[in-house]
Design a protein around this ligand. Structure first.
Ligand code: TXA
Ligand code: MG
Length: 371
């Protein structure tokens, strides 16, 4: 399949220029084709949400099970009313506070929304992205667009044009390349069809932020630690996700013990000539580097460090948004560098830490070591 590339740059500074550049993508959307679009969270694989035929092409391009429902992206409030019924007061408050932005809300759907889009459910997930390009595409085409993350099923969501090209070139009609995604993790998904809003997938709009606006908010119990027997209510959460080829382990607990655990793994991997990646905050990297330095008078060790160990520095602990933004990129890089094992220093599950740990635990398939 031929894939048309559109590159958005700083030169497209007026709305008219942007629309002109986006015209081929607008035409594709209107005629039922597929377009990879930038959003503030991750890149999305978009098609007309109201056309079964178009939505079918999304599942096909992703290699995605069709019981996994899609999020519909809209550009304004009037579009919402064509898709859903029974907009509650809680919904109004959340939309007012967080739209446009990385918050997806689950509503009861109207008939116009095909069951193919909702994976057979009578509810529908809707969000209004804040990314200018995404909003303009929807606004000008007047097409509400269904868009899952634009990765092949099972791979980390794409946050850079490079990732999208790797996964989707030749599988979609058009790719819009527009730099690095601002947030880096997918939107928060909140079910508001019940009495109390419930987070089905944590994201950059945190539980704390939602409580501040509507006074209350629960986490889907299936997201918790002792949840092996529970089935996640967001169907997408049950699939293996975000996983690089390597074995990922998440290390939590005492920071010094985590650093020592990494140090031990570095030594054993060098000895066994196996490649290891370590993801950690810059503060902890400084400490680890010091400990490594004391071993550096050994030439073999120094050589081994160069050949078998890759470090990914995830910014400062004081600014976990950087970790969120880089996480998927770095998991993909682990594969590129052919690491056998990946050790990640976990983060406290508050604020955006909740979303980071959620994605980490999935990529680790349960391998969490409390030290
Ligand atoms: O940030 C995002 O949300 C990105 C960008 C492209 O907008 N999109 C995204 O879509 O992450 P996707 O398809 O990869 O994830 C959608 C999640 C899945 O976990 C899915 O099961 C859940 O939302 N979901 C969708 N509709 C639902 C519904 N009606 N009820 C419960 N969960 C739903
Ligand atoms: Mg996804």
């Amino acid at each position: 399949m031929y894939t048309e590339m559109i590159k958005i740059s700083e030169d497209h500074n007026s709305k008219a220029q942007l629309i002109e550049a986006l015209q081929p993508a607008i035409d594709v959307l209107k005629s039922g084709g597929t377009v990879v679009i930038p959003t503030e969270t991750v890149y999305g694989l978009a098609a007309d949400a109201l056309s079964e035929n178009a939505v079918g092409k999304i599942y096909e391009a992703k290699g995605r099970p069709s019981d996994n429902p899609l999020i519909i992206h809209i550009s304004d409030r009037t579009m919402l009313d064509t898709l859903v019924v029974g907009v509650s007061e809680i919904a109004e408050k959340l939309m007012e506070a967080f739209w446009p932005g990385p918050l997806t809300l689950i509503f009861n759907k109207r008939k116009a929304v095909p069951l193919k889009t909702t994976g057979g459910l009578n509810t529908v997930a809707v969000r209004m992205p804040s990314h200018e390009v995404a909003r303009l595409l929807i606004e000008v085409s007047r097409v509400p667009i269904a868009a899952p993350s634009a990765n092949l099923s099972g791979k980390p969501s794409p946050t850079e044009p490079k990732h999208v090209i790797e996964d989707m070139m030749g599988r979609v009609d058009c790719i819009i390349s527009a730099g690095v995604s601002e947030v880096g993790l997918e939107s928060t998904v909140v079910d508001i069809t019940g009495e109390v809003p419930m987070i089905l997938r944590p994201g950059a709009i945190t539980r704390e932020m939602i409580v501040e606006v509507v006074g209350t908010c629960e986490l889907d119990p299936a997201l918790g630690e002792r949840s092996e027997n529970q089935v996640a209510r967001a169907p997408g959460m049950k699939y293996r996700h975000y996983a690089p080829e390597a074995n990922v382990s998440v290390l939590t607990g005492d920071t010094m013990r985590v650093i020592e655990r990494m140090l031990g793994a570095i030594e054993s991997h060098i000895k066994e000539k196996k490649k290891l990646a370590c993801l950690l905050f810059e503060e902890d990297y400084t400490v680890l580097k010091h400990l490594l330095l004391s071993k550096k008078n050994n030439l073999d060790f120094e050589e081994g460090l160069k050949n078998y160990v890759v470090f990914f520095i995830e910014g400062s602990k004081r600014n976990p948004e950087i970790f969120a933004k880089q996480l998927f990129r770095d998991l993909r890089k682990c594969d590129e560098t052919a690491c056998v094992d990946v050790l990640v220093h976990g983060i406290e599950e508050i604020g955006i830490g909740d979303a980071i740990m959620n994605r980490l635990k999935k990529s680790a398939e349960g391998r969490v070591e409390k030290l």
